[in-house]
Design a protein around this ligand. Structure first.
Ligand SMILES: [Zn+2]
Length: 488
């Protein structure tokens, strides 16, 4: 009898899992019906989401409340849907430059107002649960696309001290809701890998610890089980790309304290995905992950997930770089050696606009066999040299535009010299760097942290250039390029 019961439960949970995977797959294929089309990149601001929030006031399933203000008096909203007993609270973008999940929240609003094959799910969800959304907790940070708030305080270290207005709004809302589940929505470095693999950690989860001992209370174990369930559902879509964030206790952070204060809290960090600089695919995965989580909370399917599923998710590792070129020959003062070169890119905001550019750096030199590149090349048999500055003076960008870049590379140049006080750009989309002065000889030394500007030759002929850490095949030089830099 008992044996039959166990078998029955096992079959039932297999069946539910299969249904949940099918649900996630359906969301994957139908996503375009719900994607909020006015948000198409990462650098949106409060003014971009205000009309969307305003629109929700006309839909009877939402109630929209302004619950506070940022230090620069920008409104912070709480948007509620549903009338069920189980309370789910989500908050996004307490770090102003972490907007991926905010986009997904607006996609979810569109989903919830839909009228289609998902109607049964919507009805069940909104009857069983009440969902509270706080998108863009840090609108001042979002305005200038920076992590911290206007006081330069990291709001996620202010859960206890409560010195930021944004942190106080979040805590007061949390206290007023006493939610069963909380979703703490962030972005992480795109250079995290899922374990020691070449696969980027596209989404990393965490059931934050409640104390230094990392006790597994019932509150925390429910968060762990739900994450295990999500891991199973999403592994189907992005196998090997899911990871776990460091579970060290941080006594000043919101997630850790909310867990301690009784809400099963789940951190979701949006990481990187190859060729998705604006993270729109990862936003779609957030949409699927959150709706799958709501479904599992509503039908309680997470409860049968063993804790081992969570335990077995690999941790984030720092094994990725943007570009790795391997086995290149480098000559210095008559000696030669073979090296791998690892390159990382940093985004720099352009003040006063929605724009940014990249500045790259040599991250490491030597045996990089334990690292992986989003772009990863074996250049065995090729020789690398540092790019030089072309000695001729130019007086305008249009003069530079008409240059033969392949010939410049062939002659060893990666930089050109402009003599113009009217040229004051931060970067260039030409496949070359621009400098305001002829540099002294760099000493032909590969150096950590230097901007990677190289010429790569095979049998004495140029095959590739590296301009500001971006590899260019000389047989297909792009006319528009992201991006060359202005050398100091
Ligand atoms: Zn964050």
């Amino acid at each position: 009898m008992i044996k039959h019961l166990i078998l029955f439960i096992a079959i039932l949970s297999e069946l539910i899992m299969a249904q949940d995977i099918e649900f996630a797959n359906n969301l994957y294929f139908k996503y375009q019906n719900y994607k909020e089309q006015t948000l198409i990149s990462r650098r949106f601001k409060l003014s971009d989401i205000l009309p969307l929030i305003d629109r929700l006031k006309d839909k009877n399933i939402f109630s929209v409340n302004k619950v506070g203000e940022s230090s620069q008096k920008r409104p912070i909203f709480l948007i509620t849907a549903g009338k069920g007993k189980t309370k789910i609270f989500l908050w996004s973008q307490m770090h102003g430059d972490e907007s991926t999940a905010t986009g997904a929240i607006f996609d979810i609003f569109n989903f919830l107002t839909g009228n289609d094959e998902f109607n049964d799910f919507r009805n069940e969800l909104l009857n069983k649960a009440t969902i509270y959304f706080m998108p863009m907790v840090n609108p001042d940070g979002a305005e200038v696309f920076q992590r911290r708030n206007n006081f330069e305080i990291d709001i996620n270290r202010d859960a206890v001290s409560q010195q930021t207005p944004e942190g106080r709004v979040l805590k007061e809302t949390f206290d007023s809701l006493k939610a069963n589940f909380g979703f703490n929505l962030h972005d992480q470095s795109i250079l995290y890998s899922a374990g020691h693999t070449f696969k980027s950690a596209v989404l990393s989860f965490l059931a934050p610890a409640e104390n230094f001992e990392k006790t597994i209370s019932e509150v925390r174990s429910n968060a762990m089980k739900l994450i295990g369930h999500l891991n199973n559902v999403l592994s189907n879509l992005i196998p090997g790309h899911l990871a776990k964030y460091s579970d060290d206790f941080e006594p000043r952070a919101f997630g850790d304290n909310f867990q301690k204060w009784g809400t099963s809290t789940i951190l979701i960090e949006s990481g990187g995905w190859k060729n998705d600089p604006e993270k729109q695919f990862i936003r779609k995965l957030n949409f699927i992950a959150l709706l799958s989580a709501f479904k599992s909370i509503a039908d309680k399917s997470y409860k049968s997930e063993p804790l081992e599923t969570y335990e077995n998710i690999p941790f984030n590792e720092e094994d990725l770089m943007n570009l790795v070129i391997r086995n290149v020959l480098f000559k210095k003062n008559g000696t030669e050696y073979k090296v791998d070169i690892g390159i990382t890119r940093t985004e720099i905001n352009c003040n006063g606009s929605n724009d940014f550019y990249y500045k790259s750096a040599i991250e490491d030199i030597g045996d990089l066999s334990t690292f992986f590149g989003y772009e990863d090349y074996n250049f065995d048999g090729m020789e690398i040299s540092l790019g030089k500055t072309f000695p001729q003076k130019f007086y305008s960008i249009s003069e530079i535009e008409s240059l033969n870049f392949k010939q410049l590379y062939e002659d060893g140049y990666t930089n050109v010299f402009i003599d113009s006080s009217s040229f004051n750009e931060n970067f260039t989309t030409l496949p070359i760097n621009i400098t305001h002065k002829i540099e002294k000889d760099s000493g032909n030394n590969l150096k950590i942290d230097d901007i990677p500007n190289f010429i790569i030759k095979k049998n004495g002929h140029v095959k590739y250039s590296v301009i500001n850490g971006f590899l260019i095949d000389v047989e297909s030089i792009p006319s528009k390029f992201m991006n060359g830099v202005i050398l100091e």
